[in-house]
Design a protein around this ligand. Structure first.
Ligand code: GLY
Length: 401
């Protein structure tokens, strides 16, 4: 009698836990579905008044003015990329038609050797287009872009040069550049020249050596002397201070080393990514909703602006990282990403339908020290939010139906 009572208790506990897990899972599924449906409607609103020859950039809520950019702007791939992701999620042909139209104006950038951002521009857009449609032309565009990006590789510093020489920097390499390695690695893995893998690996190894501090926070910019290969200075451009942890830069690094592990299976990259994740998630200045302030060392915390884009990038990266780590860390990273996605889905960050110029998220910070794009919608925040929702559905929800 006693044994059967214990048995019953155990069975009830297991069922209750399973029920909780199921409810949680269902509610995350519902959250992902609701947000993807919302995002598709919102982007159909955004596309209505968008001129044919430009990309959306942000929205000025005071003047109710949509701000656009040329395709040479580093963010030009995010809008078409988001459209492709939303098309995949909803099968709404209007989104596909708009995505194809935007690829038409973006394609010329495959030959742009004046920027290190071709990964963002071409892989987020044409990369998703190819994965969804299998159209060979998109693959050709991606291959051409990888060749263009590789012209910025500088053997003397074993890195890809980010910006061109300017009044502040000689040969700057910024942490953001880790994101562009996906383009090179993908091409190397899909029939392209292996030199693209060598460039990406060299760049990532140099970044570990020179960009990271002992606590696994990253400098924004490392400036090099191309002749001697020596470091001139370590500094910031978009962060609060040279020694601070600019939130989006930390997010780029987290995502970048996670993707390098995906392609190479080199344990050094996994270790780097987990150390970065632990630095971020254990940081005393990470708020309870896990959406970071624009800089982890902003002087006016807790009144500093949040950067939802950093939260969206981190969420997407943590979901991937959780697939590569042991069960304890995996749970921590997935749970943190869930908190971030729940926060971003809440009215605290997500716009209402038909507002915000058609962008999905509010409260992003582009370039605080430059007084530019502060507390506004931005295309990359939307892109990584949608990517994270799609990843969640694909990787963690069994019946995706
Ligand atoms: N790559 C520029 C930025 O993250 O703002």
């Amino acid at each position: 009698m006693m044994i059967s009572k214990i048995k019953l208790t155990i069975i009830c506990t297991i069922l209750a836990l399973a029920g909780i897990a199921q409810t949680r899972k269902q509610s995350m599924r519902q959250l992902a579905d609701d947000n993807l449906r919302f995002a598709a409607e919102q982007y159909k609103y955004l596309m209505k008044d968008l001129p044919p020859d430009v990309m959306p950039r942000t929205y000025n809520d005071s003047s109710k003015h949509l701000i656009t950019s040329k395709t040479s702007w580093w963010c030009s791939g995010f809008y078409p990329g988001t459209l492709w992701l939303l098309y995949k999620a909803t099968k709404d042909e209007a989104l596909k038609a708009e995505a194809e139209k935007r690829l038409g104006i973006l394609e010329k950038e495959k030959l742009n050797t004046g920027t290190h951002d071709l990964g963002f521009m071409i892989f987020c857009s044409f990369g998703n287009a190819y994965k969804i449609t299998g159209d060979q032309h998109y693959k050709d565009v991606i291959f051409t872009a990888a060749a263009s990006l590789s012209t910025r590789y500088r053997p003397s510093i074993a890195s890809i040069q980010s910006w061109n020489k300017n009044s502040n920097f000689n040969c700057p390499v910024i942490i953001d550049n880790m994101m562009n390695l996906e383009l090179l690695e993908w091409v190397a893995k899909n029939g392209g020249d292996q030199k693209f893998n060598e460039i990406a690996v060299n760049h990532a190894n140099t970044t570990i050596k020179n960009h990271y501090r002992p606590d696994y926070s990253s400098y924004h910019v490392v400036d090099y002397d191309l002749e001697t290969g020596k470091i001139i200075k370590k500094a910031t451009h978009q962060g609060y201070a040279d020694e601070s942890a600019w939130a989006r830069g930390q997010a780029w690094g987290l995502y970048g080393f996670t993707l390098m592990y995906r392609f190479t299976k080199d344990a050094a990259y996994l270790s780097q990514a987990t150390h970065i994740a632990d630095f971020l998630l254990n940081h005393p200045n990470l708020p309870a909703d896990k959406i970071p302030y624009w800089d982890f060392n902003a002087p006016d915390i807790p009144n500093a602006r949040r950067d939802a884009s950093a939260g969206a990038i981190m969420a997407s990266a943590l979901l991937e990282l959780s697939r590569y780590t042991d069960s304890k860390k995996s749970r921590i990273y997935k749970n943190a990403a869930e908190v971030m996605l729940r926060s971003l889905s809440s009215p605290a960050y997500r716009a209402k339908l038909g507002t915000n110029g058609g962008f999905i998220l509010e409260h992003n910070v582009g370039h605080f020290p430059n007084h530019s794009e502060i507390d506004v919608p931005l295309t990359y925040a939307d892109y990584y939010f949608v990517e994270a929702l799609c990843r969640y559905k694909e990787w963690f929800i069994k019946d995706r139906g």
